[in-house]
Design a protein around this ligand. Structure first.
Ligand code: PEP
Ligand code: MN
Length: 366
């Protein structure tokens, strides 16, 4: 159920409706939009019993939401969600593309600083690197843990890039939340519902990777888990799915980008590194991701990929990443986007519906 407030509804009226929803035993999620505020109702087992909600001052209408996901849906919020970061003009979901780059894993201070310096110079606004690595083999390098997070925090201080790093369980989540700017939930954990709920209580945005065999609906339902706990800052990430094809590590499903944008207001970025598993395919697929309308990229880069402790074969050399950025900057304006430099130019104002395939307003399905 969705309560659509009138355009001129006051803050007080919105608060009163939220309070009424909570009194009825449900949870209220107020979603302010450009035209009006919608209030999503969750926590119901069967049909929501709306009581006198539709007679309350400021209420325009009550809408039954037919889809299993509610808060991620454009029915609740027609405008794109834009995630911003204090002290920088980097965003997810705005006209500016978000570029996240860095090694698969934090291996040492020297390695991290070497890669950070180069990707920063090329224009990445976000730095990635795993301190906790979900490895297929228990004997493979598992990450540096908290020490790795401390090194990443140093990267932020030194270069001004925001930090994106993965939490693999509830313990690491607490530490990742403390040190990072964006909490990554990996493909293998997309349906770890306990972890998703914990991430939903965190105060940092969550980058949620698509599970390797997740359908669009399962992917959106995973995001719904995070949002249902009150964390509305979710970034979706396509990273390839398992298919019969063996010329790449995974099959990068770029068609999910417009599919997500049709159904959801959440930003979606693409990971061409895990999506292909091959260095020589990362730049072509990055170009395609931007052309298809993705809100950004997450790319693995290593200064010595042959010596990397994980994912060296899909990691770009820094010079290749530099060239990738040059190409992305050229493609971005074709689809109404640009790549903001960290902390310098304010993003150029753009009309609201700059994403290809996204109508400026989609009427709710009832
Ligand atoms: C990663 O980003 O390093 C990673 C492990 O990705 P995924 O969860 O997509 O495999
Ligand atoms: Mn990796």
């Amino acid at each position: 159920m969705l309560v659509v407030m009138k355009a001129q509804a006051t803050e007080e009226q919105i608060r009163a409706v939220c309070q009424k929803i909570e009194e009825l035993g449900y949870r209220a999620h107020s979603m302010p939009g450009a035209q009006r505020t919608a209030i999503g109702i969750t926590g119901n087992r069967g049909e929501v019993e709306p009581g006198t909600l539709d007679e309350m001052p400021g209420v325009q209408e009550l809408i039954r939401v037919s889809k299993p996901y509610k808060l991620v849906s454009r029915d609740v919020k027609p405008e794109n969600t834009v995630i911003t970061f204090a002290g920088t003009n980097a965003t997810f979901g705005g006209p500016g593309l978000a570029v996240i780059a860095g090694p698969c894993a934090i291996e040492s201070r020297e390695q991290t600083m070497a890669v950070a310096e180069q990707v920063c110079r090329s224009g990445a606004q976000f730095f990635r690197g795993g301190a906790y690595k979900p490895r297929t083999s228990p004997y493979s390098f598992q990450g540096m843990g908290e020490e790795g997070l401390q090194i990443m925090a140093e990267v932020r201080d030194k270069f001004g890039m925001k930090i994106v790093t993965e939490a693999i369980d509830n313990e690491s989540l607490e530490l990742v939340e403390k040190y990072a700017d964006v909490i990554q939930i990996g493909a293998r954990n997309m349906q770890n519902f306990s972890l998703l709920k914990h991430a939903g209580r965190a105060r940092k945005p969550v980058l949620l990777k698509r599970g390797m065999s997740a359908t669009l609906e399962e992917f959106l339902m995973a995001a719904e888990y995070v949002m249902s706990e009150g964390n509305y800052r979710v970034i979706l990430c396509e990273r390839g799915v398992r298919t019969f094809a063996d010329h790449t590590r995974n099959t990068l499903d770029l068609s999910i980008v417009p599919a997500v944008q049709r159904l959801s207001h959440l930003p979606i970025v693409v990971d061409p590194s895990h999506g292909t598993g091959k260095r020589n395919k990362v730049t072509p697929l990055s170009r395609a991701a931007i052309a298809v309308g993705a809100d950004g990229l997450i790319v693995e880069v290593h200064h010595e990929p042959d010596r990397a402790l994980s994912d060296g074969i899909q990691s770009l050399y820094p010079e290749q990443f530099d060239e990738l950025m040059r190409q992305v900057r050229q493609i971005a304006p074709v689809v109404g986007r640009m790549v903001p430099a960290i902390g310098t130019h304010p993003p150029t104002p753009q009309p609201p519906s700059v994403r290809p395939g996204v109508e400026s307003s989609i009427s709710p399905s009832v």
